[in-house]
Design a binder for this molecule. Structure first.
Ligand SMILES: *[C@@H]1O[C@H](CO)[C@@H](O)[C@H](O)[C@H]1NC(C)=O
Ligand SMILES: *[C@@H]1O[C@H](CO)[C@@H](O)[C@H](O)[C@H]1NC(C)=O
Ligand SMILES: *[C@@H]1O[C@H](CO)[C@@H](O)[C@H](O)[C@H]1NC(C)=O
Ligand SMILES: *[C@@H]1O[C@H](CO)[C@@H](O)[C@H](O)[C@H]1NC(C)=O
Ligand SMILES: *[C@@H]1O[C@H](CO)[C@@H](O)[C@H](O)[C@H]1NC(C)=O
Ligand SMILES: *[C@@H]1O[C@H](CO)[C@@H](O)[C@H](O)[C@H]1NC(C)=O
Ligand SMILES: *[C@@H]1O[C@H](CO)[C@@H](O)[C@H](O)[C@H]1NC(C)=O
Ligand SMILES: *[C@@H]1O[C@H](CO)[C@@H](O)[C@H](O)[C@H]1NC(C)=O
Ligand SMILES: *[C@@H]1O[C@H](CO)[C@@H](O)[C@H](O)[C@H]1NC(C)=O
Ligand SMILES: *[C@@H]1O[C@H](CO)[C@@H](O)[C@H](O)[C@H]1NC(C)=O
Length: 836
């Protein structure tokens, strides 16, 4: 009781100081002195989100500068504006922006390292300074983007108030080099910083309002990506936090009820973060015992020898009383806060609040990492042993010399170290921007390079299902030596102990083996007290695959989640064992049900359902994230089926194209699987989402015809299913190659619609192919048509057609017809022999 009263008093005191803080930050948030420049552009233009970018050509003319257009457009660019044009500087040059002296300003620099006429961004190194602050030093946009496998990069800084009223942005090329810039934003912002206490010192404050900072990271904890256009007026981008969570303790994500409104304590506090940040949170979970025994932990990679401002956003939307939820906050293992109680701080349900902490990170004590951990504060006996967080921002403060630039990531020539460095500097130096997807793409791309693309078996690192003991070609990459999951970004996926794995597989019992590959064996296993069935893949110790790369890949892949994508659950590395744990797919691959199990053929409706599921998975990769992910290896062995026959795409996230970056280094090896390869990609070596659409078209025909994409034992013109289907489409004889198992079931309208869609997917030119969204829509239509009553079945119609053909066009068609019939007979034999 006493405690309650005490907390109530505390709540009043706190809410007063907070209001005071907010009124202090009364600032001018008008955008009167904001600039959004498309550098090197000749005209004003709007980007994909409808934002207007002003050409910089009229504003300033530089003597030693030129404007240039990028020679190629990477498909992952969010918009051509401002990335397709650049201003290039051969010597030092300065933009001067008149700014309102009482306001802080965001500076956002956009870089797209491509080739600009004679300027290859690979050889571009430069520094950027602004009013005595070094924002970037000997910066290479190329190296940075390559490490991130992103096509472009945005760097965000926040500049202190400039009494002079002029913001000077100076680009200085390094020796024998040039500088370039694609877009500049100077955005007026209110002063949102104030004095902050140093963690671990009772008496040391950092006056954050007098620092220029770089945004390292901005996360909507427990929530989703928030686009700049949906920010609360300061055009910030917020990202999902799950890639940064350490270990198995993911906690649970929660969302405010619709009837809870976010009640900002003041008009100014709206600028702090948009309500979407406060409406979602991550907390520890319902089990008090579990919560007492773990820390909800995030790990961020940072540059050393800098002070960081860690801003935590909170909003309590479940509880409304003090001491219902009280917790401790640790930053780099030091106590930043005891008895953190959001209601006590904010004064009520739905009221947002933020807390700032400053910490110095040096190389000796914290190893390029910044840890944030939450734990229930059991000592104050809260009603619930839990903790909560809604958002995090991390800012790097200028050092005493005015520097905020970190080093470039290690360049790709130092290959053996690459992955480690990437995890370090990427996570560290990222101001967001599709980090996870970028890394996934990079790592898979890398992995894929090492694979034999002709192999028709399940690809390298994926678990294999069913009993197919396919032999895989070994990878050629060299193991990069000792590695520990824990050292890789702090372990972003769930960690299992070897004991857990042994228990779950009967000590790797041979009876549990469900697949064998070049990487090792796959076991069916159980985790979480036998409640969950999983596929456990154990690396063969002699496997050549770079374990470190492998870990990285896995840790990042575990974050891509969708109902129609196979999930990686976690990994175990102990006693030199490298073990991966995936969702178990009870029904194996689509392929084995199409051609290997003709005793229990899938019905046409089942097949349609599976196609729709797979299409949803691929559609999600293409559009579900802000950054397009091109699968690059869509095929029936990569579509897995769970116990309810729900289709899940596996081996996803292959690569966005690196063409723009690798202009001169044109890969002569086209990746993918034969039989599914997009001919345009083959010819032009340009990868787009439409390559996946092509491959998916082949899968649709596999499903319809019940034969593999490639069958070398057939006569030449039939070897490739794609070619054979197109030939039959032209001859209007597609119904002849339909899988006999489904011929009776399939309805004529549905058949027409389905084959039209599949044929379009196989168009020679990517532009003529539908998007995955269209394919999905069409397939759903097919399913509806199939359900329609009173329509003709294909088989019946075919019999009628055959009769007409024979009677009317007997003379012309007889030879053709009989040829087709005999081919069909041959085909049926092949199917049968495979089935038995
Ligand atoms: C905000 O800035 C505008 C123009 O920069 C200025 O005219 C206005 O007086 C300022 N408002 C306040 C409250 O400072
Ligand atoms: C672009 O817009 C700005 C301001 O809206 C205007 O001053 C300028 O003349 C425009 N430039 C071009 C090339 O249209
Ligand atoms: C700039 O960075 C590159 C690669 O990181 C390095 O080779 C070069 O020596 C650096 N130049 C200077 C002046 O530091
Ligand atoms: C902004 O939010 C709205 C509503 O949540 C959403 O429909 C829209 O797609 C978002 N805009 C962007 C660019 O993400
Ligand atoms: C909000 O809705 C939930 C159910 O959705 C209900 O339990 C709760 O009482 C409502 N809260 C308010 C303040 O109306
Ligand atoms: C909480 O978890 C512990 C350990 O996993 C378990 O023994 C206990 O039954 C759980 N309690 C509840 C209420 O679920
Ligand atoms: C950080 O500072 C320490 C001590 O001044 C120095 O030895 C170390 O090299 C610095 N590290 C980096 C990466 O600059
Ligand atoms: C949580 O983190 C703190 C600070 O690093 C540490 O002292 C404590 O032992 C951790 N608790 C658990 C349960 O891991
Ligand atoms: C925090 O403590 C954990 C566990 O004791 C340790 O592994 C980690 O390196 C520490 N982190 C920092 C930044 O000191
Ligand atoms: C950068 O930060 C230091 C504090 O370390 C401060 O004294 C200095 O004035 C700031 N600005 C510059 C240009 O150095």
């Amino acid at each position: 009781m006493n405690c309650e009263i005490q907390r109530y008093i505390l709540a009043i005191i706190f809410s007063c100081t907070i209001i005071a803080v907010h009124s202090q930050s009364k600032a001018n948030a008008t955008n009167a002195d904001s600039f959004v420049l498309a550098c090197g552009a000749t005209t004003n233009a709007t980007d994909f989100d409808g934002r207007k970018w002003i050409s910089d050509s009229k504003i300033i003319t530089f003597k030693d500068s030129l404007s240039a257009t990028a020679q190629s457009q990477d498909p992952s660019l969010p918009s051509t504006v401002p990335y397709m044009t650049a201003r290039i500087f051969k010597s030092e040059a300065t933009y001067k922006f008149p700014v309102y002296p009482k306001n802080r300003h965001w500076i956002r620099l956009h870089f797209y390292p491509s080739s600009y006429e004679n300027f290859d961004s690979r050889s571009s190194f430069f520094s950027v300074k602004a009013n005595g602050f070094t924002l970037l030093n000997n910066f290479s946009a190329f190296i940075t983007c390559e490490a991130l496998t992103q096509a472009y990069i945005i760097r965000e800084f926040t500049m202190i108030k400039l009494e002079s009223g002029v913001l000077d942005l100076t680009f200085t090329p390094s020796a024998n080099s040039f500088a370039f810039i694609n877009g500049i934003e100077i955005i007026s912002m209110p002063e949102i910083f104030q004095a902050v206490a140093m963690v671990g010192f009772s008496d040391k404050n950092v006056h954050a309002e007098s620092y220029t900072m770089q945004t390292m990271l901005r996360l909507n904890v427990g929530g989703q990506y928030i686009a700049a256009s949906n920010d609360s007026g300061l055009s910030r981008t917020w990202y999902d936090d799950s890639p940064y969570i350490y270990g198995a303790g993911f906690g649970v994500t929660t969302e405010a009820d619709k009837n809870v409104t976010i009640a900002y304590p003041s008009q100014e506090s709206k600028y702090i973060a948009p309500s979407d940040v406060y409406r979602t949170a991550r907390s520890m979970g319902p089990n008090v015992t579990v919560n007492q025994n773990y820390n909800l932990t995030w790990i961020f990679q940072v540059d050393v020898n800098f002070t960081y401002l860690v801003r935590l956003h909170f909003c309590e939307f479940h509880f409304d009383k003090v001491n219902q939820r009280a917790f401790r906050i640790f930053i780099n293992n030091q106590t930043a806060e005891l008895e953190a109680d959001v209601i006590a701080w904010s004064g009520g349900k739905g009221v947002p609040i933020y807390k700032d902490y400053a910490i110095y990170v040096n190389s000796r004590t914290s190893d390029y990492q910044l840890w944030l951990a939450l734990h229930p504060d059991v000592e104050v006996k809260p009603e619930f042993y839990d903790s909560i967080l809604n958002g995090v921002e991390i800012f790097k403060l200028n050092d005493s010399k005015g520097n905020i630039a970190g080093p470039n990531p290690a360049s790709s020539s130092s290959k053996s170290n690459k992955s480690g460095i990437i995890t370090g500097s990427v996570l560290g130096s990222l101001a967001g921007i599709g980090l996870v997807f970028g890394l996934i793409a990079f790592l898979i791309h890398k992995n894929r390079k090492d694979k034999d693309e002709l192999s028709s078996s399940t690809v390298g690192w994926l678990p294999m299902y069913g009993s197919s003991r396919s032999s895989e070609t070994n990878t050629t990459s060299k193991s990069s030596g000792s590695s520990r999951i824990s050292s890789l970004g702090g372990g972003l996926c769930r960690h299992f102990t070897l004991a857990e794995i042994k228990l779950g597989t009967d000590n790797f019992s041979e009876a549990r083996v469900i697949g064998v590959g070049g990487f090792g064996k796959v076991y069916k296993g159980f985790i979480d007290g036998n409640t969950k069935t999983v596929a456990i893949k154990r690396a063969n110790p002699s496997s050549d695959q770079g374990i470190r790369e492998f870990c990285n890949e896995i840790e990042l892949l575990s974050k891509l989640r969708h109902r129609h994508l196979v999930s990686l659950i976690g990994a175990c590395e102990e006693n030199n064992e490298m073990i991966l744990v995936y969702d178990y797919m009870a029904n194996g691959t689509l392929r084995e049900h199409l051609f290997k199990n003709s005793n229990f053929p899938l019905s046409w409706r089942q097949r349609l359902g599976i196609c729709i599921g797979a299409a949803k998975g691929i559609h999600y990769l293409h559009t579900g994230a802000k950054y397009t992910i091109i699968h690059r290896d869509v095929k029936s062995t990569n579509i897995l089926l769970d116990e309810k026959w729900v289709a899940k795409v596996s081996d996803f996230g292959l690569s966005k194209t690196g063409q723009a970056l690798n202009q001169t280094h044109v890969s002569t090896i086209v990746k993918g699987s034969f039989g599914y390869l997009d001919p345009e990609y083959f010819r032009r070596q340009q990868l787009t989402e439409k390559s996946d659409v092509y491959s998916f078209g082949v899968v649709l025909f596999e499903v319809l015809c019940g034969r593999p994409a490639l069958n070398p034992s057939l006569p030449k013109e039939q070897v490739s299913l794609a070619d054979w289907a197109i030939t039959n489409h032209k001859r209007s004889t597609l119904q002849d190659i339909v899988d006999p198992h489904i011929k009776e079931e399939i309805n004529l309208e549905c058949f027409k619609h389905f084959t039209e869609t599949a044929v379009k997917c196989l168009s020679d030119h990517g532009l003529d192919r539908p998007s995955m969204g269209d394919v999905l829509w069409n397939l759903e239509n097919c399913l509806q048509l199939q359900s329609c009553q009173g329509t003709t079945q294909l088989a019946a119609n075919e019999r009628a057609n055959d009769a007409t053909l024979l009677s009317i066009e007997e003379d012309n068609e007889t030879s053709n017809e009989s040829e087709v019939l005999s081919l069909n007979a041959a085909f049926s034999r092949v199917v049968d022999s495979k089935g038995r």
